[in-house]
Structure formats: C-alpha cells, structure tokens
Ligand binder design. Structure first.
Ligand code: SF4
Ligand code: SF4
Length: 92
C-alpha cells in the first residue's frame, strides 16, 4: 500500500479530475470517482474493507483519464491497482 498511500496523500481534493471519470455519475456517489477513491484508499488501512470500499475500487476502469486532468498528475489507477491487491491479501 505504500505507493497507493503516497499517491492518496498528494491529493488536495480539488475535484478537477471528476469530470473525466466515466464511472462517477453512473455510480451515484463520490466513491465512484477519483477523488472519493483516493479518500477511501487513504483510510483503508485504519477502517478496513467494506462493501462501499470494494465497490469503489472494483468499479474503477483503470483508464487514467482522471490523471490527465489532475494538476498533480496523481496516478489514481495505479493507486487503485495496489489497493485492490491489498484487499485481496487481506482476504487470503
Ligand atoms: S484533480 Fe488530483 S488533486 Fe484534485 S481531487 Fe483529483 S486527484 Fe485529487
Ligand atoms: S482511472 Fe478510475 S477513477 Fe480515474 S477516470 Fe478512470 S475510472 Fe475514473
């Protein structure tokens, strides 16, 4: 989770990335967008997995569109990938 937490910690939650995300509006809440996913990743180690977290992470298309609009070029897809691996390791 080191990389994912490092990327999440750089987010200032400005929301500039959100219009690029194809899953945000169909998902119906912020957890289905890049900013919400990073927020959930930032607290994943403390709060643990939940249905909300799993849905947020596994509905990400890993398309990278959010990174193109992010002023800090945060690698949301890379952070989501690592967070998924973390979740799998906790299930094993
Ligand atoms: S644009 Fe970048 S810094 Fe702003 S909320 Fe999105 S990921 Fe975070
Ligand atoms: S990588 Fe995930 S969070 Fe970023 S735009 Fe694509 S679906 Fe949305």
């Amino acid at each position: 989770m080191k990389y994912a937490l490092s990327e999440a910690s750089r987010c200032v939650y400005c929301g500039f990335c959100e219009p690029a995300c194809p899953t945000l509006y169909p998902g119906g809440h912020r957890g289905h967008g890049p900013r919400g996913r990073l927020q959930l990743i930032a607290t994943l180690a403390q709060n643990g997995a939940s249905r909300l977290v799993e849905e947020a992470l596994y509905t990400c298309l890993l398309c990278g569109a959010c990174t193109l609009l992010c002023p800090a070029k945060i690698d949301v897809a890379g952070a989501v990938r690592e967070a998924r691996a973390y979740l799998r390791s906790r299930m094993a």
